[in-house]
Design a protein around this ligand. Structure first.
Ligand SMILES: Cc1cc2nc3c(=O)[nH]c(=O)nc-3n(C[C@H](O)[C@H](O)[C@H](O)COP(=O)(O)OP(=O)(O)OC[C@H]3O[C@@H](n4cnc5c(N)ncnc54)[C@H](O)[C@@H]3O)c2cc1C
Length: 333
């Protein structure tokens, strides 16, 4: 494939059902960057043979859609994806290569930066090209979100950016998509060498994840014990949500790391975030402050969490949560 040095590529990962799983939310940003460079936004759709994700990409801002189809491109082996992307770049390197925030995309981005000896910016929340400049200026949070830093990788090609989780929303500006390319060559050999031997699901897999949940009930040290999370689970279940927690909780082994929100955990933006017994340290709030509505339950009226909460309840969560559960049940009955 002939790559234009002014193009912006976006790696679009596909889910097992063939739909776009990650990266598609960056196509609007890619289109804006491509316009500034005078190039095209290119969705590199990998892992799907049925074209569903490719069709989605065409509707979300891609000028061109490149389908990387190969039996080798499935599962979680980033080696094969890296080989396929490198193959594509034999025809020339684009100006930038953008990745979403999934575990596979993050790992792949790092591998590509190493392979291509280029610069990488992780967790970007915005990207722009100042007039007269040849480099993308990436904006990313630092110090737990207290400051925003601007970084550039001057002279690097491609400039690699990995988006911060939930920082971008899927756009709807359809552009004409014109091309598909099939991956081939040595991919099946690489896939055989890097075969996944065993997949061990993490404890709790199969439950609604806190990234996907529209309602998240989160507990902090104030919950008091692992058993104390029982009432949070009951509330989350009633609301069709998931249970998350602060670092104080994972440090005490009351909840698994997969439920951790914040600087060292996940960044989520549900419709409703109910913070129970969480003080609101910056390292926690940077992972949930984009939630549409935050309700805080805390017995300390001075707790910083109230500064970002839309609704606050000053009280003991052991009294407030059971009352809330009872009221929801009563209304539903
Ligand atoms: C480098 C670094 C990275 C970090 N990363 C993260 C991270 O990713 N995520 C994270 O969460 N933290 C992180 N932390 C830790 C963070 O600084 C805080 O220490 C942590 O978030 C505090 O957790 P907490 O709010 O549950 O506990 P606390 O700060 O102890 O707050 C407990 C709250 O519960 C209230 N409370 C107590 N009992 C009750 C009750 N019965 N009813 C109602 N309210 C009650 C108290 O008033 C208090 O406000 C990090 C720290 C560092 C240094």
């Amino acid at each position: 494939m002939n790559a234009n040095a002014k193009d912006i590529w976006v790696f679009v990962e596909t889910a097992p059902d063939g739909l776009a799983a990650c990266g598609i939310e960056l196509l609007d940003t890619a289109a804006q960057l491509a316009d500034a460079y005078g190039g095209a936004s290119v969705a590199v759709v990998a892992g799907s043979a049925d074209g569903t994700a490719a069709a989605e990409a065409a509707l979300c801002g891609a000028d061109r859609v490149v389908k990387l189809i190969s039996g080798a491109l499935s599962g979680v082996s980033t080696d094969t994806y890296a080989a396929a992307l490198s193959q594509l770049m034999e025809g020339g390197r684009p100006a930038a290569l953008l990745f979403g925030a999934s575990p596979l995309s993050r790992e792949l981005a790092a591998r590509m930066a190493c392979r291509l000896r280029t610069g990488i910016t992780t967790d970007f929340t915005a990207a722009r090209i100042p007039s007269g400049s040849d480099s993308i200026v990436w904006t990313r949070p630092v110090f737990g979100g207290a400051y925003m830093a601007e970084t550039t990788c001057s002279g690097a090609r491609p400039q690699i950016g990995v988006a911060k989780q939930n920082a971008f929303k899927r756009g709807g500006s359809a552009r004409p998509a014109v091309e598909t390319v099939e991956a081939g060559g040595s991919l099946s050999k690489i896939a055989a060498l890097c075969a996944l031997r065993e997949f061990v699901p993490a404890a709790g897999d199969g439950d609604l994840s806190i990234e996907d949940a529209q309602v998240v009930v989160a507990g902090g040290r104030g919950v008091g014990s692992a058993e104390g999370f029982g009432q949070l689970r009951e509330l989350a279940e009633l609301l069709g949500g998931a249970v998350a927690c602060s670092r104080a909780v994972t440090d005490a082994d009351w909840m698994p790391n997969s439920a951790l929100v914040g600087q060292t955990g996940k960044t989520i933006a549900p419709k409703l975030y109910i913070a129970c017994g969480i003080s609101g340290a910056m390292q926690h709030t940077c992972g949930m402050e984009d939630s549409d509505c935050v309700i805080a339950i805390n017995k300390d009226p001075e707790a910083p969490i109230f500064e970002i909460a839309k609704y606050g309840v000053v009280g003991d969560l052991n009294a407030v949560i059971p009352a809330l559960i009872e009221e929801i049940k009563r209304i539903r009955a």
